[in-house]
Ligand binder design. Structure first.
Ligand code: NAP
Length: 271
């Protein structure tokens, strides 16, 4: 996707954090934006912010209430969206959450909710919109995480959901090329968002220790790398040099990463 001018971008989770920053930057690049989330008040606030970031007043910005985890609701609301807004050229699946806890403290209900929001939510959106995107080609960009290629202490449910998103993305990269639909998957490190603040409320000390001294990124920085990756048709989008280095080590010398992580966990447990 070499230009965003006059393109329709649907963004789940576009009312907050990484989704909202991405929506603002895409509006600045000339795209029409439709954000999807549950909380009406936050959607309305975000729509005003995104309108303020538009390149020209002719661009459309709208928000619709949607729970991505509910597949019948997604089918129904997306049919209305395509009718009113036009089919998407770009679908960004950013809606997601994490509630870090040790495995034994994760209830079945929490596991179910995390999988349904992060993974099923992505599946539901693609399933509902693919028939419309196939007609004209486009780009689907899924927001996974660095915990989508590293199993991180405290993220048993979250990591599983984000690994699943990468598996889905890899399959679709191959399957949808024939329709001129490109796939990207973003794997951000810790990012300073309202969602990250919530995460910190339950984060075990071991999980904090693994995060260590890594710099907390601002969502605008992540969104900029995301959009640039989409523009260049990159499959795996890693935000910074540190992320790229960790990804490389995970693929080439996973034992080295295990050794570093085990040391951090042991140290946190001693303390
Ligand atoms: N922040 C980080 O450190 C970090 C790192 C790696 C990956 N990520 C991933 O990046 C994505 C965005 O995270 P963020 O930190 O920007 O989160 P955030 O600030 O909490 O924003 C989450 C967005 O998703 C929406 N959402 C949540 N559940 C939803 C549902 N069931 N249906 C529809 N919308 C829903 C929220 O709106 P409503 O609550 O109103 O629905 C909100 O707009 C997530 O997938 C997250 O896993 C974040």
């Amino acid at each position: 996707m070499d230009t965003f001018e006059n393109r329709n971008a649907y963004i789940t989770g576009g009312s907050s954090g990484i989704g909202l920053s991405t929506a603002r930057l895409l509006a600045g690049a000339g795209a029409n934006i439709l954000i999807l989330a549950r909380n009406r008040h936050r959607i309305d606030q975000a729509v005003r912010e995104i309108e303020g970031a538009r390149k020209s007043e002719g661009q459309r910005v709208a928000g619709m209430q949607l729970d991505v985890s509910q597949h019948e609701e997604v089918d129904r609301v997306m049919a209305q969206a395509v009718d009113r807004f036009g089919a998407p050229d770009l679908l960004i699946n950013s809606a997601g959450k994490a509630v870090p806890r040790p495995f034994e403290e994760i209830s079945y209900e929490q596991f179910d909710d995390i999988m349904k929001t992060n993974f099923y939510g992505t599946w539901n959106m693609i399933h509902a919109l693919l028939p419309h995107m196939k007609e004209r080609g486009g780009h689907i960009a899924n927001v996974s995480s660095m915990a989508g290629f590293l199993g991180v202490f405290g993220y048993a449910d979250y990591s599983a959901s984000k690994f699943a998103m990468i598996g889905l993305s890899e399959t679709l990269r191959s399957e949808l090329k024939q329709y001129n639909i490109r796939i990207s998957v973003l794997c951000p490190p810790d990012t300073n968002t309202p969602g990250f603040e919530l995460e910190n409320r339950t984060k075990p000390p071991e999980t904090r220790a693994i995060g260590g001294t890594a710099k907390l990124l601002e969502p605008e920085v992540v969104a900029r790398a995301f959009i640039e990756g989409i523009r260049r048709n990159r499959f795996m989008i890693l935000v910074n040099a540190e992320g790229r280095f960790i990804y490389l080590v995970k693929r080439c010398a996973p034992w080295l990463l295990d050794w570093v992580v085990d040391r951090a966990v042991k140290k946190a447990q001693k303390q």
